[in-house]
Structure formats: C-alpha cells, structure tokens
Design a binder for this molecule. Structure first.
Ligand code: SF4
Ligand code: SF4
Length: 345
C-alpha cells in the first residue's frame, strides 16, 4: 500500500481529461495538451469510483490482493500527469468543466470542390460563406488550375472570416517545394496543402513553416469526392472542442456546408441530397431548407459499433459513406477498426 499516507485524500483526474470506455479497453483524452492514453477498463472504473471514495477507501474496497495493482495504476496516472491528489476540503475547489458545446456562427466549416469545369461562381460563394461567419475552409481541386487562379483565391480569402484554409491541389510541376513554401508563408491562413497525384509521398519540412502549416505530397490522385471519409488514428482529434462537440452533435457534418464539383449545395459533397445549384440558390436559403441540418445532430452514441468504441469522442463521424447505406445510423464504411477485439483490419 504505497499511498497509505495519502489515504484520506482523493485521486482527482484533471478536469481537462476524460475517460471513454470501450469494449476491451478505455482511453483518457487529454483535452488541453491533445492526445490520449490507453488504459485498462478496470482503471477507468477505478477513476470513476475515485470521484466518490478516498484513496484509503479504494484500497479497502478492492482488498489486499489488489493493493499492488492500485499502486501501479496510481503510479502510472501520476507519471502521465493525468491526476493529482486533494484533501476533502480542497475537492470542491476543482469543479468539472462544462461539457456544453456552443457555436456562435451559422457555419463552422465548408468544403468547396472544383472540377475541370468551373461549374459555379466561386468568388460569390466565398462572400456568402463570409456572411455565414465560416471559420474553416477546405478547397479541393480535382483538376489543375493556374497559379494565378490559386493566388486570386487566397487573396480573396485574406479579408474574409476564414481562420484556416486547407487546400487539395493536383500535382503540377509548377507546384514545387519552393512554390508551396512561398504560398504558405505569403498566405498564413493556410493550415495545410496536400498535393495529390505527386511522384512520391512525403511531407515538406522547413523551420519557417512547420509551426504554421502542413505541406504534403501524396501519390494517390484525388479525382472526386469519393476519396473522403477514411477513418484512421492519424485523423483523430483529441482536443476539448472536438470532444465536447462529439457529445452534442456530429463531428463532421455539424455546422458544415459544401458545394460539390457540379455546383450543388449540400451538407457534404458525397451526399445525394442537394439543396439547389450555387448559381441559383443562396447558401443561406439552402441552409434554411427543410432537411439540410438533419444529420448535424447524429452523435456517435447513436451509431452502430461506434457507440461502444473507445475512440468515439475523438473520431470524426462520416455519414457520407455508410456500412449499410440504407441505415443512417450504421458504422462509417471506411473505418476498419473493430472495437470488440481492438484491431484495425
Ligand atoms: S461526411 Fe464523410 S464524406 Fe462527407 S465530408 Fe464528412 S468525412 Fe467526408
Ligand atoms: S468504430 Fe467508429 S468510433 Fe471507432 S474508430 Fe471506427 S468510426 Fe471511429
């Protein structure tokens, strides 16, 4: 009983850390520092009990045969800086964080797809997104455009509400490393540039840019919207905003609007439902149309399989590609993780 001297104290998880229990294991999400740690479900249960019982009471409850395991668990949690110890008098000084998720704007993020033919008035759509207070913009080019076109797009965005811009550009010999670095330095709203269909897959590293944006070449060509929706651990978002949004809404479609490569306004470019052509209907009108927001509120707790997965609050929920297309609550089709065995297939 290594922590006998702290028997009257409580073990307290930092309020920015959250346990998500899965079938065979749990994770602790560190909402402020980002990232997560795997823990056994037993430790998740112990942390829940620790909210109510002192360390001494935990030792008593679990019995002498479990003292070494409790010591090991506490060692681990302290070493990872996930918990601290407080007296009964201090306990109320550390209230739980509010888990409420609120967003003041009408649209949080948008995807604009652009094919070989310009099928809609892109500058007009950008202006409308500004009026809707859109913060994050993703532009996916499926066919090459001139550098002048790209510069004009970025200049137009510089005075609009976007805080971050993610670009998907087809490979073009003019988009060499130097040009990408220049673009990212000149337009600091750029959060990432992915050049697809490139001769090799690699990340461009440069001290001037590494903290500002991610620049990548990938070999896979992205020719249409069907490349979206893949679930992989590298796409997890272990942070407070994503975590709280996942408790309240869908982590991909909530407050999202998109224009597909044909100019159709949708919640997501991969969805069938269209709310009119962007040259004929305003984004605001599409947003107000019946059905547009239907999928915004679908949470992971409602999704088959995901509802028992330990990653459900850090994983983006794709509703565009479903394991059972006729069942809107079925698992994302492009996730190979099986939470019942803890294996990515
Ligand atoms: S719902 Fe799926 S396909 Fe649609 S934008 Fe999100 S991840 Fe992509
Ligand atoms: S099973 Fe669901 S929650 Fe788990 S990783 Fe896959 S998509 Fe995400």
């Amino acid at each position: 009983m290594k922590y006998a001297e702290q028997a009257t104290q409580y073990l307290k998880l930092f309020s920015n850390c959250f346990v998500t229990k899965g079938v065979i294991r749990s994770i602790i999400v560190d909402g402020y520092r980002g990232g997560f740690e795997f823990i056994p479900n037993d430790l998740g249960d112990l942390l829940q009990e620790a909210e109510q019982y002192t360390i001494g009471e935990l030792y008593t409850q679990y019995g002498e045969e479990n003292y070494p395991a409790i010591d090991e668990y506490i060692d681990y949690l302290l070493e990872k800086e996930l918990v601290f110890m407080v007296s009964a008098a201090e306990k109320s000084c550390f209230p739980a964080l509010s888990m409420e998720w609120r967003f003041p704007g009408k649209i949080a993020n948008a995807i604009l797809d652009v094919g070989a033919a310009q099928s809609y008035d892109l500058p007009a759509v950008l202006q409308q997104l500004d009026e809707l207070q859109c913060l994050a913009l993703q532009v996916r080019l499926f066919a090459p455009q001139s550098l002048e076109w790209l510069e004009n797009l970025l200049k137009a965005c510089s005075s609009l509400t976007f805080e971050s811009i993610n670009l998907f550009l087809p490979y073009d010999s003019l988009l060499d490393e130097e040009r990408l670095l220049y673009l990212a330095l000149a337009h600091q709203k750029i959060a990432s540039i992915v050049v697809h269909g490139a001769p090799e897959t690699r990340r461009i590293r440069h001290e001037a840019i590494d903290k500002l944006a991610g620049l990548f070449y990938i070999e896979t060509p992205i020719v249409d919207e069907s490349h979206c929706g893949v679930t992989l651990p590298e796409y997890f978002s272990a942070n407070l905003l994503h975590y709280t949004e996942s408790l309240a809404a869908n982590t991909c479609l909530n407050h999202k609007i998109a224009v597909d490569r044909f100019g159709n306004i949708k919640n997501c470019p991969s969805m069938i439902e269209s709310y009119g052509h962007a040259n004929e209907v305003s984004l605001k009108a599409a947003l107000a149309a019946e059905g547009f927001k239907t999928k915004w509120s679908i949470k992971k707790e409602q999704i088959d399989v995901c509802q028992v997965c330990e990653f459900r609050h850090i994983c983006t929920d794709c509703r565009g590609y479903l394991a059972e297309p006729a069942n809107v609550y079925s698992k994302p089709a492009k996730c190979s993780y099986d939470p019942y065995v803890g294996v990515w297939n």
